[in-house]
Design a protein around this ligand. Structure first.
Ligand code: PMT
Length: 399
């Protein structure tokens, strides 16, 4: 998708990641986007306005009190001109100022004066990012409708390792493209989420640790970019994302039945549910009494929902699986990609603390026949946005 006629204000603040900004501007210009750069005084310590003027082809604005700059395009005009304001990198300081409603420099003033959507792309030391005040500020900005993109996780300029890296320039550009993608995508997306429960008797069951957070975040991200979303959910205690058709199921057999009925009317199928691979072969009608010291439950294999949807010969959707692995992630994920004849698989290492099952964060690696892409550790809402952008890109390519 080009960004012809789209007007983006890129606000740059004083962080080491500012060196990535010329690349963001260049990529936006490649897509015919009109970019105006606003820099804080801190940003100019890391990168020169001249560089950004050269790549954007427009004068760079950096002062609220410069009569010459105000005479060409004043701060109010710039705020009105923007279709989108993106602040990258956004330091903890600017995030706090925007949350407080301050307007003591050009960038924060534009944030107050614009009615365009604002996307904050944080970049800072991992400890500063984790600080309760920063998290409180980000939550509060998200709650008033600002977009928070990233941060990514990894090695930082200061030598620390953790969450706080600026997203890569191409990821930011893709999020900007997704933002401008028409909100009615005419795309039907089917998602499975959560665990399944396999009954042993009327009071006991076998299940797993899936909370449904990852699948529900994908449903929300897909809905936000305008897709029609159907969410088949195992038993979870999560609110249904806005504008989403939710079908509740309990067992793998129920989920299989719903998925097979829904799949042919959908363009994309994303299997995020942690489906129980086996179920007890006999379900007792009555509560089993503990008369013996040990007990054997004989299990039989459940149908493989994803493999069966992927094997549809008529109206087969584009199929994306998940792989929850604890070792040899790439080998096992690629094995599933091939065996289940999938278009793409999203692998997560569920043995790492703080990600995977039941946590708020996750990290994924996407595999397809000819390639792979890492989506580093991020909260599941942010990760889901990046995942949905990638899936739709590959889906469009396959059409
Ligand atoms: O729900 P959360 O707490 O947020 O946690 C997210 C998650 C860890 C559950 C999620 O990210 C994830 O990895 N989901 C897939 C879990 C899983 O069952 O993986 P698997 O490797 O066992 O299965 C491979 C694929 O086949 C999955 O897409 C699964 O949905 C599908 N499958 C498996 C068995 C089966 N009978 N039917 C299926 O459709």
């Amino acid at each position: 998708m080009t960004l012809e006629n789209k007007k983006v204000v890129l606000g740059i603040t004083g962080g080491i990641a500012a060196y990535k900004c010329p690349e963001i501007v260049r990529r936006l210009k490649d897509l015919n986007c009109d970019v105006r750069v606003v820099m804080t005084s801190g940003a100019k310590e890391f990168i020169t306005p001249l560089t950004l003027q050269a790549v954007s082809g427009n004068p760079v604005s950096d002062s609220l009190l410069d009569p010459a700059a105000e005479a060409s395009m004043g701060h109010i005009e710039l705020a009105k001109w923007a279709d989108l304001v993106v602040i990258a990198p956004a330091t903890a300081d600017v995030i706090a100022k925007i949350n407080a409603g301050m307007a003591n420099d050009l960038l924060t003033t534009i944030c107050l004066a614009t009615d365009a959507p604002i996307a904050i792309v944080p970049a800072m030391n991992q400890q500063m990012y984790a600080a309760k005040t920063t998290q409180r500020n980000l939550t509060s900005l998200r709650n008033i409708g600002m977009h928070i993109w990233g941060p990514a996780s990894g090695e930082q300029a200061c030598g620390d390792i953790g969450k706080g890296r600026l997203l890569e320039p191409m990821q930011i550009v893709e999020l900007i493209q997704a933002h401008f993608t028409p909100k009615s995508l005419d795309l039907n997306i089917l998602i499975t989420a959560g665990p399944t429960r396999e009954a042993i008797d009327p009071v006991r069951y076998i299940s797993n640790h899936s909370s449904g957070k990852m699948g529900f975040a994908i449903a929300q991200a897909a809905q936000q970019i305008g897709a029609n979303v159907t969410l088949i959910s195992g038993p979870v205690s999560l609110a249904t994302p806005h504008n989403t058709k939710r079908l509740d199921v309990v067992s793998a057999s129920d989920m299989h039945e719903q998925a097979m009925a829904q799949a042919p009317s959908h363009d994309i199928f994303i299997a995020c549910a942690a489906v129980a691979d086996y179920r007890p072969s006999n379900v007792s009608d009555q509560k089993i009494k503990k008369n013996d010291d040990d007990m054997t439950v004989t299990m039989i294999k459940n149908p493989d929902i994803l493999a069966d949807v992927s094997a549809l010969t008529a109206n087969r959707p584009f199929c994306v699986g998940f792989a929850a692995e604890t070792q040899d992630v790439e080998t096992y994920a690629r094995g599933k990609l091939t065996r289940k004849k999938l278009d793409m698989i999203a692998a997560n290492n569920v043995s790492i603390a703080g990600q995977g099952f039941n946590s708020d964060d996750n990290a994924l690696t996407l595999y397809w026949k000819q390639g792979k892409l890492d989506l580093p550790l991020a909260d599941k809402q942010e990760l889901a946005k990046q995942l949905v952008v990638e899936i739709i890109k590959h889906y469009n390519h396959a059409q």
